[in-house]
Design a protein around this ligand. Structure first.
Ligand code: NAP
Length: 249
């Protein structure tokens, strides 16, 4: 039987590419997003390639919905032993204009969401004596103008990852973080729109500042998740890999 993976925020973008990659790697994949119906395209792509997938609707920042989602995955696909905490939102603004709600929603989705999902899923990993947790950080963890909330959450996820690695290692569970640079998704399209730049021009401008001279695509991140989740990566834990086409872009 296939091992089971949960990917949050998998309706689109990096999460969708990661769900498809893990299915190619042989996992049965729970494609989790706010609304189950939004997961239909990702599930269809996995199934048409011969894989197994289940659409699951849940808000990762809601404890009851998270527990129900993880229980449903365990019942319908099998015990989840891989968790990719990818769901994310931005509410960018300069500090003096940032509202309490902008702060809270970003903390709740990234930090509380990753905490709740991991706490619910780790039980299955410990029972299986094998597990892989991958958290999505960001180069914004190093600081980024207009992202006091997001950069704090993404730096926090790095500390969370290292503590998970220390606590769960003896149960055969690794935890690692990926810090993407500029990746072309709906999230970065919204950023271009917010600052009033045309998408193609924005991508070209960002790519010009990246050492490998191109913008990232969701598959770049999915490939790195695939490595962390692989059998051979069992001695790699508590690490943060910047997948940014260079050391810090
Ligand atoms: P995206 O295209 O905006 O996709 C994020 C997905 O997460 C959406 O489907 C969204 O659903 C879902 N989501 C949001 N809040 C949720 C919640 N409370 N519960 C469940 N699902 C929720 O973003 P992306 O660019 O693929 O980014 C994926 C991850 O990588 C995020 O953690 C992001 O911070 C990180 N990242 C991205 C970049 C980049 O350049 N794109 C760089 C560094 C890090 P809705 O559409 O319904 O809101």
């Amino acid at each position: 039987m296939s091992r089971v993976a949960i990917v949050t925020g998998a309706a689109r973008g990096i999460g969708a590419a990661t769900a498809q990659r893990l299915a190619q790697d042989g996992f049965a994949v729970a494609v989790l997003d706010l609304k189950a119906e939004d997961c239909a395209d990702t599930v269809a792509a996995i199934e048409s390639a011969g894989g197994t997938a289940l659409a699951v609707g849940a808000d990762v920042s809601d404890a009851e919905q998270v527990q129900a989602a993880v229980d449903r995955v365990a019942a319908e696909l099998g015990p989840p032993v891989v968790l990719v905490n990818n769901a994310g939102v931005t509410r960018d603004n300069l500090l003096f204009k940032m509202s309490d709600a902008d702060w809270d929603v970003v903390m709740n989705v990234h930090l509380r969401g990753s905490f709740l999902m991991t706490r619910a899923a780790q039980k299955h990993m410990i029972e299986a004596k094998w597990g892989r947790i991958v958290n999505l950080s960001s180069t914004s963890a190093l600081g980024n103008r207009g992202q006091a909330n997001y950069s704090t959450a993404k730096a926090g996820l790095q500390g969370f990852t290292k503590t998970l690695a220390i606590e769960l290692g003896k149960f055969g569970v690794t935890a690692n973080a990926i810090a993407p640079g500029f990746i072309q998704t709906e999230m970065t399209k919204a950023t271009a729109e917010r600052i009033g730049e045309e998408w193609e021009a924005y991508v070209a401008k960002r790519a010009a500042a990246i050492p490998v001279a191109r913008a990232g695509v969701p598959e770049d991140i999915a490939h790195t998740v695939s490595f962390f989740v692989s059998e051979g990566a069992g001695f790699v834990s508590g690490q943060v890999v910047y997948v940014a086409g260079g050391p810090r872009n």
